[in-house]
Design a protein around this ligand. Structure first.
Ligand code: A3P
Length: 286
């Protein structure tokens, strides 16, 4: 199937106003609202991407600390390949170290044989999933989009209007998927790094734990360290493409509970109730 036919399919999907401007609607695809370029990527990845048993797939919704989880996972896997001063995370945004399946790999089969569109589910590769209090994710997303729009001289939506759009949008196999809650990870990051490492098949040895390898990863991937690296203060992600953005907008405050500075108690209660309704019984409610 060619890209044109993806576009045709997308044009038939239910749509709603996006956060950018009226030309950029969101489309409902398999219970989620996405921008159309992203759905094209999803469809293309479903056709072209063949998962391998060695794959580690990091899954997240927008603004749930993907940047952090990508850097932790990359650091765990590469800890014996690089030393403290040569790790690519020190000179590259973590999104440039760990590709985005629906964008960076969507068109390429990367020597993989695309026979099975559900290969990620069927293969023995591992999936690590992170979620975060949706109130904080909303505030984070609002700032992210406002800063992106500011760089294009476009007026951002009012917080209240964005909130309305956010509210309208919309386990088994424990060997296959590791579910992480950001708020729990931040309480005991060392424990969770060990859990991720065990789960993805890169466990820390007793000697590594004794000599502080886990703490080194915590420190290297900390908000303070990564956000102060030159690459993340002045570098650009996808430079030279229409989707280019400054690396620094992936780093804002890095705090839990910042929503209290932006949402009214009514807004918070409403989002909590939607979260409860959608996740009831999943074990993922915070
Ligand atoms: P805030 O906007 O609340 O500060 P994502 O990585 O999924 O795009 O989510 C972005 C959020 O993660 C932002 O949250 C950002 O500041 C925070 N973040 C980025 N890097 C981080 C890190 N190394 N440690 C903790 N939080 C980080």
């Amino acid at each position: 199937m060619k890209m044109a036919s993806f576009k045709e399919i997308i044009s038939t999907l239910p749509r709603r106003k996006g956060w950018n401007d009226s030309d950029n609607d969101l489309f409902l695809y398999r219970s989620f609202y996405y921008y159309s370029f992203f759905i094209e990527g999803v469809m293309s990845a479903q056709q072209n991407f063949q998962s391998q048993p060695s794959d580690i797939i990091i899954c997240s919704a927008s603004k749930t600390r993907t940047t952090w989880l990508k850097s932790l996972t990359f650091a765990i896997v590469t800890r014996t390949t690089f030393d403290d001063s040569t790790n690519p995370l020190l000179t590259n945004l973590s999104h440039d170290c760990v590709p985005l399946l629906e964008v960076d790999l969507a068109q390429s089969s990367t020597n993989r044989d695309p026979k099975n569109p559900l290969s990620i589910i069927d293969s023995s590769g591992k999936i690590v999933y992170i979620c975060r209090d949706p109130k904080d994710s909303f505030v984070s997303l609002y700032h992210f989009i406002a800063r992106r729009l500011a760089s294009k001289d476009m007026k951002p939506l009012a917080l209240e209007e964005a909130f309305e759009l956010y509210c309208g949008a919309s386990l088994d196999r424990p060997d296959k998927i590791l579910f992480l809650k950001y708020e729990e990870m931040i309480e005991d990051t060392i424990l969770y790094i060990k859990k991720i490492a065990d789960f993805i098949g890169y466990p820390f040895s007793f000697e590594e734990i004794e000599k502080g390898s886990v703490e080194k990863i915590v420190n290297m991937c900390s908000f303070e360290n990564l956000s102060n690296l030159e690459v993340n203060k002045s570098g650009k992600h996808r430079e030279g493409t229409p989707g280019a953005i400054e690396n620094k907008i992936f780093f804002r405050k890095g705090k839990v509970g910042d929503w209290e500075n932006y949402l009214t108690p009514e807004m918070a209660a409403r989002l909590d109730s939607i979260t409860l309704q959608k996740l009831n019984g999943s074990g993922l409610t915070l």
